[in-house]
Design a protein around this ligand. Structure first.
Ligand SMILES: Cc1ncc(COP(=O)(O)O)c(C=O)c1O
Length: 427
């Protein structure tokens, strides 16, 4: 099918089938049975290759840093994992490491940056997840620094350079940016905001939460001019129990939580789980494959980064097509933007929208809609004004909403299934 606003083609039926075949539980939940999965912002589907490789390595008793063959092999797997993480994030400098979760890694980066900075002000935005604003507020308070959360633009529902400009001063030592909101799906211009921050406070440590964005578009860390970037395995076609952080050369060597006597740039704490590094390598291998499938010029290319960029572009297109179907209808059913009694959160047509439509049905609490969708085999999620989402929903005047978050492996048939239930509920 052609994506109306882009004039580009969605995946062919053959490619869509090959993509779906690479993931577990695409259309079947082992507990519920057949269902369409639009809860990708809560955690993507997992690549079969990730599960296979993780299981293989989790069974290995050997530790790294020994001279026996298995240990040497594990060390190589970890080194390859680090190299793949760097390519995935689009960087050739700094350090990458694995931690417990995205929340833990963001907390660690922000805590250490606030403790190390010579600045006296910390700035973030109301668009952010508590994983960034909680440590920012706590460590700013503990160190006697001023913490400011700038508002976002409630019309576009993203935060802009103008909003950061109002709060950044030469005393801003740490600033945080969320790359994409897990409530609205809108992504922000990280590079432009970072440049704005640097123009006023060149030494500021800029730390970015890339957890929602990572599965929906390219990551170009070297182009952003930042100091920290964090993604979570389970949001990026991999599995739970680990996240990946990148720190710039500058941030890498600040005094930070580490074992006494360890080299100054080491952020890894304790024995490495080789399976987490290998799982990320599997994600990169998958994206390389997808990039080559969607860009014929790359079929014989060994340029991993070029293939990843092609995969990111293909994923964006595919998700664009799915989102347009959600908004404007498919299979003869009207879409969410066309139905009386349905309000879409944020501007309907937005260049910032990445694979997600959050919406309300007037007069019906979101959880009831989510339960009804579940009963009809469509997985979505309710977002309400709790401590995860109030920062975003309150300024938008939204009490609660249904989040339908797509990924490139979703199909138009699944969108039709979602719309069928919503149409029934409002008619
Ligand atoms: C934007 C964003 N930041 C942080 C987090 C927390 O990530 P984790 O569950 O890996 O701690 C999430 C999870 O939903 C998120 O969407």
């Amino acid at each position: 099918m052609t994506i109306p606003s882009l004039g580009k083609e969605m995946f062919s039926a053959d490619l869509a089938e090959q993509v779906r075949d690479r993931f577990h539980h695409v259309d079947q939940c082992p507990y519920q049975g057949k269902r369409a999965f639009f809860e990708n912002a809560g955690g993507s589907l997992t690549l079969k290759s990730v599960v296979e490789r993780s299981a293989e390595l989790l069974a290995m008793p050997d530790n790294q840093g020994r001279t026996n063959v298995a240990s040497v092999e594990l060390s190589k797997i970890i080194a390859q994992g680090r190299a793949d993480m760097m390519v995935l994030l689009g960087t050739t400098s700094g350090r990458v490491f694995v931690g417990e979760t995205g929340t833990e890694l963001l907390g660690r980066l922000i805590r250490n940056a606030i403790l190390a900075t010579k600045g006296t002000e910390v700035v973030g935005s109301h668009l952010e997840h508590p994983a960034t604003y909680s440590p920012s507020r706590r460590y700013a308070d503990l160190t006697g620094q001023l913490y400011t959360q700038v508002p976002f633009d409630t019309v576009s529902s993203v935060v802009t350079t103008d909003q950061y400009r109002s709060a950044i001063t030469s005393a801003t030592g740490v600033a945080t940016i969320i790359h994409a909101s897990p409530v609205t799906g809108m992504h922000v211009d990280v590079g432009a905001i970072a440049a704005q921050i640097r123009a006023v406070s060149p030494e500021c440590f800029i730390i970015v939460d890339g957890i929602q964005h990572a599965a929906h578009g390219a990551i170009d860390v070297d182009e952003y001019g930042i100091d920290g970037y964090v993604v979570s395995g389970y949001k990026l076609f991999s599995r739970h129990n680990y996240g990946v952080a990148w720190v710039s050369e500058r941030l890498a060597t600040i005094p930070h939580d580490q074992l006494a006597g360890a080299p100054a740039d080491v952020w890894e704490l304790g024995t490495r789980d080789a399976s987490a590094y290998a799982a990320t390598s599997e994600v990169v291998r998958y994206l390389e494959w997808l990039g080559a499938q969607t860009n014929a010029e790359l079929t014989d290319s060994t340029d991993t980064r070029a293939r990843l960029k092609a995969a990111a572009a293909a994923i964006r297109n595919q998700e664009h097509g799915l989102v347009e179907a959600m908004l404007w209808g498919v299979g003869g059913l009207p879409g969410l933007a066309q139905l009386d009694g349905v309000s879409v959160v944020g501007p309907v047509a937005s260049e910032h929208r990445s694979g997600m439509v959050s919406f309300e049905i007037d007069g019906t609490p979101a959880q009831i809609v989510v339960d009804e969708l579940n009963a009809n085999g469509v997985r979505t999620h309710a977002r309400k004004q709790d401590y995860y989402s109030a920062g975003v929903l309150e300024p938008l005047g939204v009490e609660s909403c249904v989040r339908a978050s797509a990924s490139h492996y979703n199909s138009l048939d699944e969108v039709e299934q979602l719309l069928a239930t919503v149409n029934r509920l409002v008619n």
